[in-house]
Design a protein around this ligand. Structure first.
Ligand SMILES: [Zn+2]
Length: 187
Protein backbone atom coordinates (compact mmCIF):
# COMPACT_ATOMS: atom_id res chain seq x y z
CA UNK A 1 0.00 0.00 0.00
CA UNK A 2 1.53 3.30 -1.04
CA UNK A 3 1.47 6.37 1.17
CA UNK A 4 1.20 9.99 0.04
CA UNK A 5 4.77 11.41 -0.16
CA UNK A 6 5.52 13.87 2.62
CA UNK A 7 2.57 12.75 4.69
CA UNK A 8 4.82 11.98 7.66
CA UNK A 9 5.23 15.77 8.04
CA UNK A 10 1.59 16.41 8.86
CA UNK A 11 -0.32 19.66 8.32
CA UNK A 12 1.33 21.96 10.92
CA UNK A 13 3.67 24.75 9.79
CA UNK A 14 3.80 26.49 13.19
CA UNK A 15 4.08 25.01 16.66
CA UNK A 16 0.58 24.71 18.20
CA UNK A 17 2.11 25.34 21.65
CA UNK A 18 4.47 28.32 21.11
CA UNK A 19 3.69 29.48 17.52
CA UNK A 20 7.35 29.23 16.38
CA UNK A 21 7.85 28.13 12.75
CA UNK A 22 8.47 24.38 12.66
CA UNK A 23 11.58 22.91 11.06
CA UNK A 24 12.02 19.40 9.70
CA UNK A 25 14.00 16.76 11.55
CA UNK A 26 14.67 13.12 10.72
CA UNK A 27 13.62 10.95 13.66
CA UNK A 28 13.92 7.22 12.91
CA UNK A 29 15.08 8.30 9.38
CA UNK A 30 11.59 9.70 8.63
CA UNK A 31 11.06 13.46 8.05
CA UNK A 32 8.99 15.02 10.83
CA UNK A 33 8.08 18.53 11.97
CA UNK A 34 10.15 19.79 14.89
CA UNK A 35 9.84 22.82 17.20
CA UNK A 36 13.28 23.98 18.28
CA UNK A 37 12.15 26.26 21.19
CA UNK A 38 9.96 23.45 22.65
CA UNK A 39 12.34 20.62 21.68
CA UNK A 40 9.27 18.73 20.51
CA UNK A 41 8.89 16.41 17.53
CA UNK A 42 5.40 16.38 16.00
CA UNK A 43 4.67 12.79 15.01
CA UNK A 44 1.90 12.40 12.43
CA UNK A 45 0.19 9.06 13.01
CA UNK A 46 -2.83 7.33 11.47
CA UNK A 47 -6.14 7.79 13.29
CA UNK A 48 -7.94 4.65 14.52
CA UNK A 49 -11.49 3.99 13.36
CA UNK A 50 -13.81 1.15 14.33
CA UNK A 51 -17.01 -0.37 13.02
CA UNK A 52 -19.11 -3.44 12.53
CA UNK A 53 -19.81 -6.33 10.21
CA UNK A 54 -23.52 -6.92 10.87
CA UNK A 55 -25.08 -9.88 9.06
CA UNK A 56 -28.60 -10.99 8.26
CA UNK A 57 -28.28 -14.37 6.64
CA UNK A 58 -26.22 -13.88 3.49
CA UNK A 59 -26.62 -10.09 3.73
CA UNK A 60 -24.34 -7.42 5.20
CA UNK A 61 -25.29 -4.02 6.60
CA UNK A 62 -23.98 -0.98 4.68
CA UNK A 63 -24.54 2.76 5.05
CA UNK A 64 -24.51 5.44 2.38
CA UNK A 65 -22.47 8.54 3.21
CA UNK A 66 -24.22 11.89 3.44
CA UNK A 67 -21.11 14.07 3.83
CA UNK A 68 -17.71 14.45 2.08
CA UNK A 69 -15.42 12.80 1.45
CA UNK A 70 -17.25 10.69 -1.16
CA UNK A 71 -20.89 11.52 -0.37
CA UNK A 72 -23.30 9.00 -1.87
CA UNK A 73 -20.80 6.13 -1.66
CA UNK A 74 -21.31 3.17 0.69
CA UNK A 75 -19.28 1.83 3.60
CA UNK A 76 -19.58 -0.60 6.45
CA UNK A 77 -20.87 1.37 9.45
CA UNK A 78 -17.76 2.78 11.17
CA UNK A 79 -16.20 5.98 12.48
CA UNK A 80 -13.23 7.55 14.22
CA UNK A 81 -12.48 6.87 17.88
CA UNK A 82 -13.12 9.61 20.39
CA UNK A 83 -10.01 10.39 22.46
CA UNK A 84 -11.39 8.65 25.59
CA UNK A 85 -12.97 5.68 23.82
CA UNK A 86 -12.06 1.99 23.39
CA UNK A 87 -12.25 0.49 19.87
CA UNK A 88 -15.08 -1.80 21.02
CA UNK A 89 -17.17 1.05 22.46
CA UNK A 90 -16.53 3.16 19.35
CA UNK A 91 -17.58 0.34 17.00
CA UNK A 92 -20.86 -0.31 18.85
CA UNK A 93 -21.61 3.43 19.11
CA UNK A 94 -20.93 4.11 15.43
CA UNK A 95 -23.12 1.23 14.22
CA UNK A 96 -25.97 2.37 16.47
CA UNK A 97 -25.62 6.03 15.41
CA UNK A 98 -25.45 5.28 11.69
CA UNK A 99 -28.05 2.50 11.43
CA UNK A 100 -30.42 2.77 14.43
CA UNK A 101 -29.67 -0.85 15.39
CA UNK A 102 -28.40 -1.79 18.85
CA UNK A 103 -25.48 -4.19 18.50
CA UNK A 104 -23.08 -6.28 20.55
CA UNK A 105 -19.61 -7.40 19.46
CA UNK A 106 -19.09 -11.14 18.95
CA UNK A 107 -15.44 -11.18 17.83
CA UNK A 108 -12.76 -9.33 15.91
CA UNK A 109 -13.24 -9.49 12.13
CA UNK A 110 -10.12 -7.74 10.85
CA UNK A 111 -7.84 -4.69 10.89
CA UNK A 112 -7.19 -2.65 7.73
CA UNK A 113 -4.91 0.20 6.68
CA UNK A 114 -6.78 3.19 5.25
CA UNK A 115 -4.61 5.31 2.95
CA UNK A 116 -7.23 6.79 0.59
CA UNK A 117 -9.20 9.02 2.97
CA UNK A 118 -8.19 12.60 2.05
CA UNK A 119 -8.66 13.75 5.67
CA UNK A 120 -5.96 11.49 7.14
CA UNK A 121 -4.60 7.98 7.05
CA UNK A 122 -6.54 5.60 9.26
CA UNK A 123 -6.48 2.15 10.83
CA UNK A 124 -9.89 0.51 10.52
CA UNK A 125 -10.80 -2.08 13.18
CA UNK A 126 -13.88 -4.16 12.31
CA UNK A 127 -15.84 -6.53 14.56
CA UNK A 128 -18.40 -9.24 13.89
CA UNK A 129 -21.59 -7.98 15.55
CA UNK A 130 -25.08 -9.22 16.30
CA UNK A 131 -28.14 -6.99 16.57
CA UNK A 132 -29.86 -6.81 19.96
CA UNK A 133 -32.66 -4.37 19.11
CA UNK A 134 -33.49 -1.06 17.46
CA UNK A 135 -35.06 -0.22 14.13
CA UNK A 136 -33.05 0.09 10.89
CA UNK A 137 -32.97 3.87 10.35
CA UNK A 138 -30.15 5.93 8.76
CA UNK A 139 -28.49 8.30 11.23
CA UNK A 140 -27.58 11.95 10.63
CA UNK A 141 -24.35 11.03 8.77
CA UNK A 142 -26.10 8.55 6.45
CA UNK A 143 -28.53 8.85 3.53
CA UNK A 144 -29.44 5.15 3.74
CA UNK A 145 -28.73 2.11 5.91
CA UNK A 146 -29.50 -1.18 4.22
CA UNK A 147 -28.69 -4.89 4.17
CA UNK A 148 -27.28 -6.13 0.85
CA UNK A 149 -26.64 -9.69 -0.32
CA UNK A 150 -22.84 -9.94 -0.33
CA UNK A 151 -22.90 -10.80 -4.03
CA UNK A 152 -24.96 -7.68 -4.82
CA UNK A 153 -23.23 -4.89 -2.84
CA UNK A 154 -23.20 -1.42 -4.46
CA UNK A 155 -20.26 -0.82 -6.80
CA UNK A 156 -19.42 2.51 -5.22
CA UNK A 157 -17.70 1.64 -1.93
CA UNK A 158 -16.12 4.79 -0.48
CA UNK A 159 -12.78 3.48 0.80
CA UNK A 160 -10.29 0.77 -0.12
CA UNK A 161 -10.24 -0.65 3.45
CA UNK A 162 -14.00 -1.30 3.23
CA UNK A 163 -13.69 -2.86 -0.25
CA UNK A 164 -10.95 -5.11 1.11
CA UNK A 165 -13.07 -6.09 4.14
CA UNK A 166 -16.06 -6.96 1.92
CA UNK A 167 -13.75 -9.07 -0.25
CA UNK A 168 -12.49 -10.90 2.86
CA UNK A 169 -16.08 -11.42 4.01
CA UNK A 170 -16.99 -12.97 0.63
CA UNK A 171 -13.99 -15.29 0.88
CA UNK A 172 -15.04 -16.28 4.40
CA UNK A 173 -18.61 -17.00 3.25
CA UNK A 174 -17.40 -19.00 0.25
CA UNK A 175 -15.35 -21.14 2.61
CA UNK A 176 -18.14 -21.68 5.16
CA UNK A 177 -21.75 -22.86 5.49
CA UNK A 178 -23.23 -19.34 5.42
CA UNK A 179 -22.42 -19.12 1.69
CA UNK A 180 -25.16 -21.63 1.00
CA UNK A 181 -27.90 -19.51 2.63
CA UNK A 182 -30.62 -18.13 0.39
CA UNK A 183 -30.61 -14.39 -0.31
CA UNK A 184 -32.71 -12.58 2.25
CA UNK A 185 -32.42 -9.03 3.55
CA UNK A 186 -34.21 -7.24 6.39
CA UNK A 187 -34.10 -3.76 4.88
ZN1 LIG B 1 6.95 25.17 20.21
Amino acid sequence: MSVVPGSSLGPFRYCPLCAAPLSVTHAESIPRRFCEPCGRVYYHNPVPAAGGVVRDGECVLLVRRRFPPRPGAWTLPAGFLEYFESPEACAEREVQEETGLSVKIDSLFGVYAGHDDPRQTAVLILYHMRTTGGVLTPGDDAIEAKFFPLSQCPEEIAFQAHRQALGDLRALDDAGPRGKDVNRCAG
